[in-house]
Design a protein around this ligand. Structure first.
Ligand code: 8ZB
Length: 480
């Protein structure tokens, strides 16, 4: 854990990096207590998990307070969201506060959205509080920021008690040239800050962005990365951790993956003595290319929720029928929520799956993930941050389709005939023996089933899994 003196001197530096940093101080704790919020987000997650219920959470962010309030109230009242988001704009994610300021000003002058999210740092503590105070559900800060130190400071001071991201999952899918070593260090600060609030009675929920690059990420890779982000967070005093997973589209594999994600995160936390950490799961509806056609988009949204409920996910991050187009209107956003809600209402407490098939798939994922994690731990000489940086350097950990220089990108995923993700090439991942034998025969079966196509064409088809139909049928793009 970062030592107390070092941490306090780091804080002074971070808070001095933009004017609104001045608004952060001791008063923050008084504020949380005055609202009676000692970790409302964590509380809601705990209740859901204990009751075997799956919560629904949309994304959503616009630059101005008034519109952000309208959006969140709409999602809460009309969309019946259980948990709310505050999605932060892209300039803030890049620490470009001057650019965010210009566009915030332009948004105010034109009374329209000139940013793709709410610029928490520029808006500062008071205005960020006004958003939180206008709704009754807990709100999470969602973004995609390799260096989120100041963003976390302003967010926690403003009263928010859940914060997405991590040193691996908010770097590798988002940045080309940010060294892992640096993003991990900056996120250790965020986790330390979260632990500091937690120790003072305000539990901060930290969510890892397990959807990663969004498409065809082999489950074992998601599990290994999530376990390390959980360990890194726990090491800094975080006690509420949500691990995430992005839908692949094969129900058995998705259910197995989410269950392994949860159980292995708990297992490794406990192995290193972090028994007090409470683990919950987030299931992301399909993060890849989305249908343009509303009927197909809603079907895919429902399919994702169905899978999440069968998997026992604590929450689902919902998509909208505008996904293929851009930032959704509040009405489209509510449609995604209501479409999802039907699945939650209907399927909770049903278990129509072939349990033996789920367990078989789960044990393969576990075997592979364990190989990645244990080999990485060996490389780190007892330091989790070193484990991760060295593992990615060596290719023992890897991420397909990452824009980052710090992931080799040697792993090539491909679907098997049932749509589950396998390895066409497993790069430097330490996978061997029966795991590879089974993998290779499933891949071979797929290659033979579509023998007219090159492997790269098959992968392209796998990425476009849910829009293939539209690519073929021109009429569907006409908005029918
Ligand atoms: C990596 C996350 C991407 C997803 C959505 C995208 C996509 C981004 C906003 C938003 C609602 C926003 N997203 N910014 N959704 N409001 N300001 O995050 O559409 O689904």
């Amino acid at each position: 854990m970062i030592g107390s003196d070092v941490f306090q001197s780091m804080r002074r530096e971070v808070l001095a990096s933009w004017s609104t940093g001045d608004e952060v101080g001791e008063e923050a704790f008084e504020y949380h207590k005055s609202r009676g919020d000692y970790g409302a987000f964590d509380q809601r997650l705990r209740e859901a998990k204990a009751g075997g219920r799956t919560l629904l959470q949309p994304r959503g962010g616009v630059p101005l307070v008034k519109q952000q309030v309208e959006l969140l109230q709409f999602l809460e009242e009309k969309g019946m969201a259980d948990l709310l988001p505050l999605t932060v704009d892209s300039y803030t994610r890049q620490n470009r506060y001057e650019a965010a300021e210009r566009h915030l000003k332009a948004s105010r002058e034109s009374d329209s959205a000139q940013l793709n999210g709410f610029p928490v740092v520029n808006q500062g503590v008071e205005r960020s509080r006004a958003v939180l105070e206008a709704v009754s559900s807990p709100v999470e800060i969602r973004h995609g920021t390799p260096d989120a130190r100041l963003l976390a400071e302003i967010s926690y001071a403003a009263g928010y008690t859940s914060f997405e991201g991590g040193g691996i999952t908010y770097n590798l899918p988002y940045s080309a040239r940010v060294p892992l070593e640096r993003s991990i260090r900056d996120w250790q600060y965020v986790d330390r800050l979260s632990g500091y609030y937690t120790a003072r009675g305000v539990v901060i929920n930290r969510e890892s962005y397990g959807a990663l690059t969004g498409i065809l990420v082999p489950p074992a890779i998601v599990v290994a990365i999530s376990v390390f982000e959980a360990l890194l967070a726990a090491e800094q005093g975080v006690t509420s951790i949500t691990v995430g997973y992005g839908q692949i589209g094969n129900v058995i594999q998705d259910v197995a993956a989410l269950q392994v994600l949860e159980s292995m995160t708990e297992e490794y936390l406990s192995r290193f003595g972090y028994d007090e950490v409470h683990v919950t799961t987030a299931f992301h509806q399909w993060m890849g290319p989305f249908p343009m056609l509303e009927s197909r988009a809603l079907s895919l949204i429902g399919f994702g929720t169905l899978t999440a409920v069968l998997a026992g996910a604590t929450k689902v991050i919902t998509k909208t029928p505008h996904e293929a187009i851009g930032v959704p209107t509040k009405e489209a956003n509510a449609k995604g929520l209501l479409c999802s809600r039907l699945m939650v209402e209907t399927l909770t407490h049903q278990q129509p799956l072939d349990r033996a098939a789920v367990d078989r798939e789960a044990s393969w994922i576990q075997l592979a993930a364990r190989g990645l994690i244990d080999r990485s731990l060996e490389l780190g000489d007892g330091d989790f941050a070193n484990s991760v940086t060295r593992a990615f350097e060596a290719g023992v950990m890897d991420l397909p389709f990452s824009p980052s220089e710090y992931a080799n990108g040697d792993v090539l995923p491909i679907r098997d005939v049932e749509g589950a993700v396998r390895y066409l090439d497993c790069g430097g991942l330490p996978l061997e023996g029966e795991f590879l034998d089974r993998n290779d025969s499933l891949v071979q079966e797929r290659l033979e089933s579509e023998s007219g196509l090159e492997p790269t064409q098959l992968i392209e088809r796998d990425v476009n899994y849910f829009i293939e139909h539209e690519l073929l049928d021109e009429s569907e793009r006409l908005g029918l």
